[in-house]
Design a protein around this ligand. Structure first.
Ligand code: 3PY
Length: 253
């Protein structure tokens, strides 16, 4: 059985008090309302990780993700945060390759392969984002683009390693634009990603890997999107900043 996952991506939002309030609401509401088989993840800014992690404590269905990490173990990289640092705060997951990082920080597939490796080395789980931009979709190249992202950043992993990765398909044209892929478009790409995983790793392994949809997912469309046979949950942007909306999405299976 694949893990159902609803992961929030807070991006560069929340001041200290907002972060603690949001995290404590999510923990309390998830305990009472989220179905037991759904893994809830909050992807919080680095500065809040220590305090959010302390607040989450031993909550059984809520986990903490960072939104990035550096490729190297330590050293002279002013302003950066290492995987080992995140692990020392008890971080569970690290979001890697979000389209905003690919676009604004010029992260490449090769660099992301290194980040995936260092996150796994420090026994955290990558949430690895893939997705095409609008021009690529309009040119019918979405499968090729996503295939290349998987090939160059993930397909060097062993079977045991790839099973630890959560993949998030986020069509870039649907991020922060209010546009959402239709449930049919989402399922189609998720099935293509699953097929690529099957041809590389075989169906037993491929069927264990959760594939999340991201891109303007909200309570009003989550149920339909999560209905796709290969859609195992969502990576949630704006709606993860409102505890009520976020928790409602965790109940949308
Ligand atoms: C969005 O939904 O806007 C996202 O980018 C989720 O990561």
């Amino acid at each position: 059985m694949r893990k159902k996952v609803v992961a929030g991506n807070w991006k560069m939002n929340t001041l200290k008090d907002d972060a603690l309030k949001l995290a404590s609401e999510v923990v309390n509401m998830a305990k009472d309302e989220t179905p037991a088989d759904v893994t809830v993840i909050m992807g919080v800014p680095f500065v809040h990780i220590g305090s959010v992690k302390a607040l989450v404590g031993g909550a059984s269905n809520v986990f903490v993700a960072a939104q990035n990490c550096h490729t190297e173990e330590s050293g002279a990289y002013t302003g950066e945060t290492s995987a080992a640092m995140l692990k020392s705060y008890g971080v569970d997951y690290v979001i890697l390759g979000h389209s905003e990082r690919r676009e604004y920080f010029k992260e490449t597939n090769a660099e992301l392969a290194k980040k995936v490796d260092i996150v796994l080395k420090h026994e955290m789980l990558p949430i690895f984002c893939v997705g095409e931009v609008l021009e690529e979709r309009e040119a019918g190249k979405q499968k090729e683009v996503v295939g290349q992202q998987l090939e160059e950043s993930l397909f060097h992993l062993s079977e045991e390693e790839i099973k630890k990765v959560v993949i998030a398909y986020e069509p870039v044209w649907a991020i922060g634009t209010g546009k959402t892929a239709s449930s049919a478009q989402a399922q189609e790409m998720h099935a293509d990603i699953r097929a690529m995983l099957v041809s590389k790793y075989g169906s037993d392994v491929a069927n264990e890997i959760s594939i999340l949809y991201g891109g303007s997912c909200k309570p009003s469309n989550a149920n339909e999107i999560f209905g796709g046979a290969d859609v195992d949950g969502g990576l949630i942007g704006g709606a993860s900043l409102a505890s009520r909306d976020f928790i409602d999405i965790t109940k949308s299976y």
